[in-house]
Design a protein around this ligand. Structure first.
Ligand code: ADP
Ligand code: ASP
Ligand code: MG
Length: 813
């Protein structure tokens, strides 16, 4: 014999009831007991309507009418034979009528006693079980109130096991082929009044029957494929667990995994009846099998994650508690007397604090009774004021294989720390099957995601990317990511999930990832207004794990967001040079916060685009080398200009050409004034260990300052004045067989930039197009400096450098 329980959604509509009929009738080789919930959502509606009635709100009638209509519609959907349909409708209507009269009574006297409330909610299961018993062939209806008996404990109805087991055995001495039983409802041992065994209690009804009758199996039919690694409504990547032990199932459902009502496990465990969780809407799925066996040694050490978000932590603390015997005894005795359940306890070995986790509903009473109990100690200062801390959530990771496996707690807390999630309290019992911890409620979603990702999706790693700036570099970066995504996933187990894209006008955020093939259309259609403030707010509020902010703008306002972002454990990859070349104190602070938070602040492309300069300097320094001199051509724009200038192409034209080729900064004056090179040199010098500001760099400029004053339009109209002077100088240079290079230099702690004439013997002489070159002299590379040369500007190489920074955060190399 088997017991099958069908939940609210499984009996929620005519179609689903017909699926139930099919499933039950397919079990034709043995008797079955079918336990059913109320039609999905009806219990909530009954409670809501009774509250309205109790408040004297006539709109309860509308709710009642909806309840009536729902049942009548279901009946017409599941029974086609006219006579039977009339009979069932007639009986259901008489029950619904009774219900209407009770509502009316509540409405008139504006009072809803617990007894009346229990009576009202019982109609949900009474109606559903009646209808279903008429739909399934050869089914016989039983009334659970006759054999599920409750007694009162701390104002709660608790099942009276002995009485209930005896009555179940008596009721089912002879089993029909199909017995249909309403779940959830019961009656009081003391006065026979209708009671219930708690929200979600139909699972428990089924387990009690299965246990009392020593059933061969208990099947819980619901709306998911089984017990999953986490609540699928929160974690979209959660997947079904094939097997759980009773202990694991108990740990998980006790802690919020709503798929089974917690008290359900114990009777099944006690009588060793295996439980199978199945999906009414996908009966072919294997489901989750729960039994005693721990035989599968290959199973993961963590089986599942569960959480409850209504958590209040109450801490009893004081130096006067150390070593005093009986403090904990008094805490728990006091709470037990008040009927308060404690679901998490944490006490440090110094014994001066004990923190307890209770549900928000119990917080006020718990605080009050504890304050009363410890009033004397609080007056004497032995114990501090007892205060509840709310807005918290408790998370548990569960698995019997955690036992004796070192490193689980390390992995758990390390993952949380890297993502900026603070653990407020934690508890692990010596049974090592559950580690529970408390976090701020606002962090719950992120917490569940990072843990799920780190323990269950270790086949691949996720980086969540926000990109600001979709100009030439940002646009090219998105193209490159789009092309590489499948390869990185398949070969490196790295999922790059772009969750935000913004420019200075428009922004789009989607925590599930933006498809890079269609991002432009989506931005146009769904984009919201963008500003640095909006961006910061959205990114921080999204509070998503393993996130990276990518700055492909040249904006100072965006650079000023880094501090807040890094402080919230978001890595920053910047093509934008402004932050790293800003005040030294700011540069150091950003690096320091990133180090402390365990995230990255990377800006390899700030100097020489995609060429590996900053990483190389870091590698040299970290391995003990000392950089004594740097000589470099760092401006692709300027080098292009000096390579292009000729008798036919005047100076001002070369600037236009550099812009058209997208080498220059959006404002070319940043290049011509040497500012861009100064920024790069300052960054190189700082990375080489020099404490330097932009103003410390000695500059020898080739365009007088006056051209940089005023608007960009003024600049364009005036700069032509320089053409003749340049042509004069160029002719002389050509005659001397020399070339111009704009050289940045660091030597003996001094930095300078300036236009230099180099002859054909100089390594800078043959530097083509917009290329860059750097000569690094160190104590190890003394006689022959290290030379790195190549494209120093251009959207695709810069984007590739940014991409490489992103990949280095994932650490997949
Ligand atoms: P029923 O009405 O069939 O009793 P419930 O709504 O009580 O169904 O329980 C099933 C729901 O439990 C699922 O729809 C799912 O959202 C939720 N749930 C929470 N945690 C888990 C988990 N770890 N695995 C599966 N489902 C879960
Ligand atoms: N109908 C009840 C509830 O919604 C019991 C159950 O569905 O298990 O809580
Ligand atoms: Mg349920």
């Amino acid at each position: 014999m088997k017991v099958l329980k069908f939940g609210g959604t499984s009996v929620g509509s005519a179609d689903s009831i017909l699926s139930v009929k099919k499933i039950v009738e397919a079990e034709n080789y043995q008797p079955v007991i079918v336990v059913v919930s109320a039609l999905g959502g009806i219990t909530d509606k009954l409670i809501y309507a009774s509250k309205l009635a109790a408040q004297g709100d006539i709109s309860y009638e509308k709710e009642h009418l909806e309840i009536v209509t729902r049942h009548i519609n279901v009946i017409s959907g599941v029974i086609s034979e006219k006579q039977l349909k009339d009979e069932v409708t007639c009986h259901a209507l008489s029950l619904l009528d009774e219900l209407g009269n009770i509502f009316k009574g509540v409405y008139l006297i504006k009072d809803l006693s617990p007894k009346t409330s229990d009576t009202i909610v019982s109609y949900g299961e009474r109606l559903s079980s009646y209808i279903i018993s008429k739909v399934i062939d050869e089914a016989v209806l039983f009334d659970a109130r006759q054999f599920i008996k409750t007694s009162k404990q701390f104002n709660k109805h608790v099942v009276n096991m002995d009485e209930t087991f005896a009555l179940i055995q008596k009721t089912f001495t002879r089993l029909p082929k199909v017995a249909v039983v309403p779940g959830f409802i019961s009656s009081s041992q003391e006065d026979g009044e209708v009671t219930n065994i708690g929200r979600g209690g139909s699972d428990y009804t089924a387990a009690l029957i299965a246990s009392a009758l020593q059933a061969d199996g208990l099947e819980i039919w619901t709306d998911v494929d089984g017990f999953m690694t986490a609540d699928p409504k929160v974690i979209s990547t959660a997947y079904t667990i094939d097997h759980l032990t009773f202990v694991e199932a108990m740990e998980l459902c006790n802690f919020g995994a709503k798929v089974i009502y917690p008290p359900t496990i114990y009777p099944a465990f006690h009588s060793n009846i295996p439980i199978l969780i199945k999906n009414t809407f996908n009966p072919g799925a294997k489901g989750t099998f729960i039994n005693k066996d721990k035989e599968n040694r290959n199973e993961k050490s963590i089986k599942g994650i569960s959480s409850i978000n209504d958590t209040t932590l109450i801490t009893i603390q004081g130096l006067g508690m150390c070593g005093v015997i009986g403090v904990n005894y008094r805490i728990f005795k006091t709470l037990a007397k008040a009927g308060i359940s404690v679901f998490l306890v944490s006490q440090a070995s110094s014994e001066n604090t004990t923190s307890i986790g209770v549900s928000d509903a119990d917080a006020e009473l718990a605080t009050k009774v504890l304050r009363e109990e410890f009033a004397a100690e609080m007056t004497h200062g032995e114990i501090n004021d007892i205060k509840p801390e709310g807005n918290l959530a408790t998370v548990a990771i569960v698995g019997e294989n955690m036992k004796h496996t070192p490193g689980i707690a390390g992995k758990l807390f390390g993952t949380l720390g890297r993502n900026g999630i603070n653990v407020i309290a934690c508890a692990q019992g010596a049974s090592e099957t559950n580690i529970s911890f408390v976090v701020a409620r606002d962090h719950l979603r992120k917490t569940l995601n990072v843990i799920h990702d780190s323990f269950f999706l270790s086949e691949y790693q996720v980086l969540n990317l926000f990109l600001c700036g979709i100009g030439t570099v940002g646009g090219s970066l998105l193209e490159q990511i789009c092309m590489q995504q499948p390869k990185l996933m398949a070969k490196n187990g790295l999922k790059l999930n772009v969750v935000g894209i913004a420019d200075d006008k428009i922004a789009l955020f989607d925590r599930n990832g933006i498809d890079l093939k269609t991002y432009k259309e989506r931005l146009k259609k769904e984009g919201i207004m963008s500003s640095p403030e909006i961006l910061q707010k959205e990114v921080l509020e999204m509070n998503i794990f393993n996130s990276v902010f990518i700055d492909c703008t040249a904006s100072g306002q965006i650079a000023s967001l880094y501090k807040a972002l890094i402080s919230h454990n978001i890595s920053v990859v910047a093509a934008n040079k402004i932050a790293a070349s800003s005040a030294y104190s700011n540069y150091v602070e950003l690096k320091e916060i990133a180090r402390r938070k365990g995230v990255k602040y990377l800006f390899e492309t700030n100097v020489m685009a995609g060429l590996p300069i900053i990483n190389t300097i870091n590698d040299l320094i970290n391995s003990g080398d000392v950089i004594t001199k740097i000589e470099a051509v760092l401006s692709g724009t300027l080098n292009y200009i000096f390579n292009t200038i000729s008798a036919e192409i005047p100076f001002s034209k070369t600037i236009h050409m550099a812009m058209e080729a997208r080498y220059s900064e959006p404002d070319p004056r940043i290049d011509l004034s040497g500012k861009d090179v100064i920024r790069k040199l300052v960054i190189l010098a700082r990375e080489s260990g020099l404490r330097i500001e932009q103003d410390d760099v000695i500059k020898k400029l080739f365009v007088p300052e006056k051209y940089f004053e005023g608007s960009l339009d003024n600049f364009w109209s005036n700069i032509q004045e320089m053409d003749a002077e340049f042509e004069e100088k160029r002719k002389v240079l050509e005659k001397d067989q020399k070339r111009w290079r704009f050289v940045a230099k660091m030597e003996n702690g001094t930095c300078s930039v300036g236009l230099t004439e180099v002859d054909s013997a100089h390594p800078f002489y043959d530097l083509e197009g917009s290329n860059n070159i750097i000569l690094i002299t160190t104590e190890r590379y003394k006689d022959y400096p290290m030379i790195i040369k190549g494209y120093g500007a251009g959207a695709s190489v810069t984007a590739a450098g940014v991409f490489a920074d992103i990949i280095s955060i994932a650490n997949i190399r």
